[in-house]
Ligand binder design. Structure first.
Ligand code: IMP
Length: 193
């Protein structure tokens, strides 16, 4: 059976394909001829994940799953949240976003934060949601070269290093995305598709 992962990132597709039952073939958006960016206009991670999965199922007729991730900072009432990719503006890069967040938290007492990933799966006319979170804190300066996004300033709870200093295989085991993907795969495996 073909299952679409609503992403253009072929590396993400390969990573998840390796964990799926052999009779499931994962296709990317590019594989199904969808070259556009699907608009992410939702106000929550759930809404955006559902929007993306529904866009594919409605326009291309494939079973599909889509993910959306955000960094939720307690002192900022859950910001940047759904706006994590463009926190410092539409053209902003990861460094700009981290600089803005560090500035916002300059005198904050509470630096706790968490990453959340929501996956929406459309399969057999049903929708299932899976959620992964990792708690941690925003440190005062960037540390480490691995990873992407806010990794250099996010230190997961129970670790003395940031996500950008931790090897990728360990990050994948404890991360928001890793946990959400694990739930998705456990569910798909249980269906005997
Ligand atoms: P996306 O939904 O996976 O595209 O993630 C949205 C944004 O959240 C990204 O552009 C990053 O800024 C941030 N983000 C998502 N996952 C991570 C992560 O694992 N580490 C650091 N930042 C992340």
């Amino acid at each position: 059976m073909n299952l679409v992962f609503a992403t253009h990132n072929q590396n993400k597709v390969k990573e998840v394909q390796a964990l799926l039952p052999g009779n499931l073939s994962l296709l990317s958006l590019t594989d199904i001829g969808c070259t556009q960016e699907i608009p992410e206009t939702g106000k929550t991670l759930e809404e955006n994940a559902k929007l993306k999965a529904d866009f594919v199922t409605q326009n291309y007729g494939f079973p599909c799953f889509a993910d959306d991730t955000g960094l939720l900072v307690t002192q900022l009432q859950g910001a940047p949240g759904v706006y994590s990719a463009r926190y410092a503006g539409e053209q902003a890069n990861a460094n700009d976003n981290m600089d803005k967040l560090l500035q916002e938290l300059i005198s904050a007492g509470d630096r706790s934060a968490r990453f959340e990933t929501v996956i929406a799966l459309n399969l057999n006319n049903d929708q299932h949601l899976f959620k992964g979170t990792v708690e941690g804190e925003i440190i005062h300066e960037k540390k480490g070269k691995n990873g992407f996004g806010y990794d250099p300033i996010f230190k997961p709870k129970g670790y003395s290093k940031t996500f950008a200093e931790i090897p990728l295989d360990i990050k994948n085991k404890i991360s928001h995305r890793g946990k959400a993907i694990h739930q998705l795969i456990t569910y798909l495996n249980s269906l005997n598709l």
